[in-house]
Ligand binder design. Structure first.
Ligand SMILES: O=C(O)CCC(=O)C(=O)O
Ligand SMILES: [Fe+2]
Length: 261
């Protein structure tokens, strides 16, 4: 059975206005708590499985001490953290996508934005819904401020749908401490025309480099609770905030390729 959401036309119009022509994002679309539990289980399973491959003794330590993914920083020193979490290891399996596409959350997005596909920029063969870990006080776990559109401009090998489309990004906090960690956004920055940046090749991937001084950007930390998504314009400036909390921050992301109407 396909779950249906029960949002009004007006709610949908307001959210689209916020994303496309207002502040550039909305935080009004939430993952219902039971669905957040399912997402947490799926991420934890993939996290543990990857650690099992890297070093089974760390899995024993995790089980014995009942360490949850939000306490990952307690075991990451036993692992080759920098090497083991390439993006493809964090793309959830197709079975997850098959559950997700019938979820209330996914159907709410469809009711607000219309029909969409989720992009497969890692070329794994199914839509890329992937998670991210940001440990406390680890500046190297976050990237600089950017527009997601830059990645698409720099990489012309990303598979595309067979319909005219535009992109909107979805970022969902899974374990987050509001005010201490999460996503930085600059409201209205999708409209800025003064942003200087460059492309640079690193590890065979073209990555954008921001050419702005810190005082030229005005990022704020999105105050979101677990499950409260940030749905944002492809041109919005955003980035990870250095984690000033107690827990490892876990978030989930995907890009909607929305059918132009
Ligand atoms: O979670 C982060 O640190 C960055 C997220 C991001 O860049 C995105 O969702 O596009
Ligand atoms: Fe991004």
């Amino acid at each position: 059975m396909i779950e249906t959401s029960c949002i009004s036309e007006e709610f949908g119009r307001e959210q689209r206005q916020l994303v496309y022509s207002g502040q550039g994002y909305t935080t009004n679309i939430n993952v219902p708590p039971p669905e957040l539990d399912t997402i947490r289980s799926a991420i934890k399973e993939q996290w543990l499985y990857r650690i099992q491959i890297a070093d089974p003794s760390v899995v024993s330590k995790i089980s014995k001490n009942n360490i949850d993914i939000s306490k990952y920083h307690l075991v990451s020193a036993d692992l080759d953290h920098a090497a083991m979490w390439s993006k493809t290891t964090r793309v959830l399996p197709i079975s997850f996508f098959n559950w997700f596409k019938k979820s209330v959350f996914c159907n709410t997005l469809k009711d607000v934005f219309g029909l969409f596909q989720i992009s497969d920029e890692e070329n794994v063969g199914w839509p890329n819904i992937y998670w991210r870990l940001v440990r406390p006080n680890e500046p190297s776990d976050i990237g600089p401020m950017h527009r997601d559109a830059w990645f698409w401009q720099l990489n012309n090998n990303f598979p595309l749908p067979d319909f005219p489309f535009h992109r909107v990004k979805v970022w969902i906090p899974i374990y987050v401490e509001p005010g201490a960690n999460g996503l930085l956004v600059e409201p209205f920055s999708q409209k800025r025309t003064d942003i200087r940046w460059n492309g640079e090749e690193r590890h065979g991937i073209n990555k954008p480099v921001l050419l702005m001084n810190d005082d030229e950007l005005k990022p704020i930390l999105a105050q979101t609770i677990p499950g409260q998504a940030v749905v944002f314009n492809d041109l919005l400036l955003h980035g990870g905030a250095v984690n000033k909390g107690e827990l490892s921050r876990v978030s989930l992301e995907f890009t909607m390729l929305l059918k132009n109407s």
